[in-house]
Every structure is written in C-alpha cells, then in structure tokens.
Write a protein that binds this ligand. Structure first.
Ligand code: TMP
Length: 210
C-alpha cells in the first residue's frame, strides 16, 4: 500500500484522541505500521508554535493565528506525514486542515475558502484519504471538558457562539465532500463509534489494495 492518511476532526471534547488510540491499536494488530500525528504540536517546532497559539496572553490577530496554524501544519506534513506515507505507513492524525477552515475560517470569520487555500499551499495540496468527523453539540463537549480540566486554552475559552459556528462549518465541509468524510454522532458509545470507524477503514483499505 502507498500510505494511508486518516484524520479525526471535531470540537473540543468530542473524543478524537480516544478514537484515534483505539484505531491505532486495531491497525497495529492487523500488521500495519502506524504513525500517530497531531496538529498543532506534532513536531518539536510545532510544540513551540502550539504554546504560542494556545497560551500566549493578549490579542492575536485572526490572520496571525491562521498563519501560525498553517506554519505548524507545513512543518508537520513535510517532516512527519509525507515521509511516513512515502514509507507506505498509516498516518492517523488528530486535526488537520478542516480544523483551520472551521475554527479560523468560520469561528474567526475569516473566509473558509481562503483558509483552505492557505492550508493547501502549506501542505502542497495534501488531502486525507478519510476524515472522521465526531460531531457533538458544543454544550456537551464543554461539559466533558469541564469534567477533566480547570484551565482552558485560547480557543476553548471562546464563547458558545464561536463553537456553534465551528460545528456548523464542519458539517458543511462534510456535506461538500461526502466521499472523504465519515460523520458520526460523538454522543454514541465509544465502542460503537470505533466499530463504525473500523468498518469504514477496512472498506477503504480493501479499495486501495484491490
Ligand atoms: P487540541 O487541543 O485538539 O490539540 O487543539 C488545540 C486547539 O486548536 C483546539 O481548540 C482547536 C484549535 N485548532 C484551530 O483552531 N485550528 C487548527 O488548524 C487546529 C489544528 C486546531
């Protein structure tokens, strides 16, 4: 196989890391080599950018924020993801360009189309084979975060209306590219969600190796 690029998207508290860990476990048991990646902060440079983006105090212009995410993405794709795909490995990544389109494009009310173009420029046009969208009412996501956190990052701290825009944008993106997206109700039990993801990934691997 010539590499498989899978991404997980969804609001804060939607269960992306739980699902990507379970998916990794299953793929490794099937004999795949899996690289678990994330944005922002999947590289050494990315960790520095993540600290600035999420925890720097004071105002940050929305376009500066979008460019910092794009810089993190450019470096992650060039140094982690593309090399792994070239080795024929599976990359499972928490968050990718759809996060920027939803959070910066819709959340910060920059243009969704322009933010997508920026990410495509940063990554030389790399799109995932499959994107799992864990769709969740932001109020529920917030409850889950409240249960596990006392401190919020710059994005998590945004108002409910911001997170509503993010959710709507994700659903719009999924509707526009139904062949790339698998949309799941993140309120379903963990095991059921994982089974649906595995079914879709199995079908995808069968198509790619046919
Ligand atoms: P994380 O906690 O899921 O790692 O993500 C950190 C925050 O960054 C999360 O609130 C979503 C936000 N984010 C964006 O706003 N744009 C992006 O492009 C990415 C990758 C994340």
């Amino acid at each position: 196989m010539t590499g498989l690029f899978l991404t997980l998207e969804g609001g804060d508290g939607s269960g992306k890391s739980t699902q990507s860990a379970l998916l990794t476990e299953w793929l490794v048991a099937r004999g795949e080599t899996v690289v678990h990646a994330r944005e922002p902060g999947g590289t050494e440079l990315g960790l520095e950018l993540r600290e600035i983006i999420l925890h720097r105090r004071g105002y940050m212009a929305p376009r500066a924020e979008a460019l910092l995410y794009a810089a993190d993405r450019a470096h992650n794709i060039a140094t982690v993801v593309r090399p792994a795909l070239a080795r024929g490995e599976v990359v499972i990544q928490d968050r990718y360009l759809d996060s920027s389109v939803a959070y910066q494009g819709a959340g910060r009310v920059l243009s969704m189309a322009e933010v997508r173009e920026l990410s495509l420029w940063a990554t030389e046009g790399l799109l995932p084979h499959l994107t799992v969208l864990l769709d969740l009412d932001p109020a529920l996501g917030r409850e889950r975060l409240d249960a596990s956190r006392t401190r919020y990052d710059r994005l998590e701290a945004e108002a409910a209306v911001f997170h509503e825009r993010v959710r709507a944008a994700y659903l719009e993106l999924a509707a526009a590219e139904p062949e790339r997206f698998l949309v799941l109700d993140a309120a379903l039990p963990v095991d059921e969600l994982q089974q649906r993801i595995r079914d879709r990934v199995s079908a995808l691997i069968a198509t790619l190796t046919a």
